[in-house]
Design a protein around this ligand. Sequence first.
Ligand SMILES: *Cc1c(COP(=O)(O)O)cnc(C)c1O
Length: 376
Amino acid sequence: MTERIKEFLARTEDEGPRLVVDLDVVRANYANFARALPDTRVFYAVKANPAPEILDLLARLGSCFDCASVVEIEQALAAGAAPERISYGNTIKKERDIARAHALGVRLYAVDCEAEVEKIARAAPGARVFCRILSDGAGAQWPLSRKFGCHPDMAADVLERAHALGLVAHGLSFHVGSQQRDPRQWDAALKASAAIFRELAERGVELTMLNLGGGFPTRYLKDVAPVRVYGRAIFRALRRHFGNRIPETIIEPGRGMVGNAGIIEAEVVLISRKARDDAQRWVYLDIGKFNGLAETMDEMIRYPIRTEFDADELGPCVLAGPSCDSVDVLYEKEPYWLPVSLEIGAKVLIEGTGAYTTTYSSVGFNGFAPLKSFVI
Ligand SMILES: *Cc1c(COP(=O)(O)O)cnc(C)c1O
């Protein structure tokens, strides 16, 4: 909780729930990434929080942008980023959208198979492409599974095909899983990447770029290592596998750039018990899975929750959202401990909510409005 957010919440009234994002924290996070990986360009993953004020700030600071759709590309351009600073990083794109991105000047595209390479060769001739390889996501609290990327054995063929079709076989990418709490997880992906660089060099194709993805964590209930620890671990792994021929590198932080910059103010709607002697209370908030807290899916992300009764005795609660869908339960398998004195109508502050909240909020399930956002 920053002083600026505290002051903003005290000065303004709102029915809520509302997210407040402090741009000073985003600015500090950007500086920390730049310092931790000084030779690496930062491509902010727009999907984490595309608020125009955040994109404007990052564009001014010199950030590049990782976009997943034409709309995100337009948002980055509107913030003042030149098209050379934009990567179309989604491996799953309609050919029409590739053509639109090309018309907007975007020249850098992600692929993970030959069919996507062929689309890009047709719709964005001469563009640079990088091939995403699978990473098992071990150690990540929000793993990305097998949806994106190809097996490292396939990557050389995909990029050779790109080269043959007149595209620039630019490099490789991977993502070690979001909220990656183990800085050593980059090592295996870098080892596989170095082997692909060598394989392609033997085939006469020189790759020059390595995209190290996102995954940098934000602090929720458990401590995480600072970004400089990640920077050191990544740099050591680059040295180990690429020697003194380290390629151009980029990172795509999303959560790590904005997660800790935001706080949601929400309200307790109801506190009840399901049986007279039930040890657990049910606490229902005015925010749930459908209006901002989608990342509580499978109880994967556990947000710190502050109340004005935090000095009091705690008791176990099932925490749930306000909608009429029974999946709208935030924490039940592992109960959440909240003060026994917590009252209906009390405000609660949900920390670390700057990333993956507003955009995951539904258009109005049950008539609950999308999460409001204030960027200060
Ligand atoms: C979502 C995403 C990111 C950001 O991941 P974080 O874990 O939030 O840092 C980076 N790159 C790509 C391709 C993504 O899809």
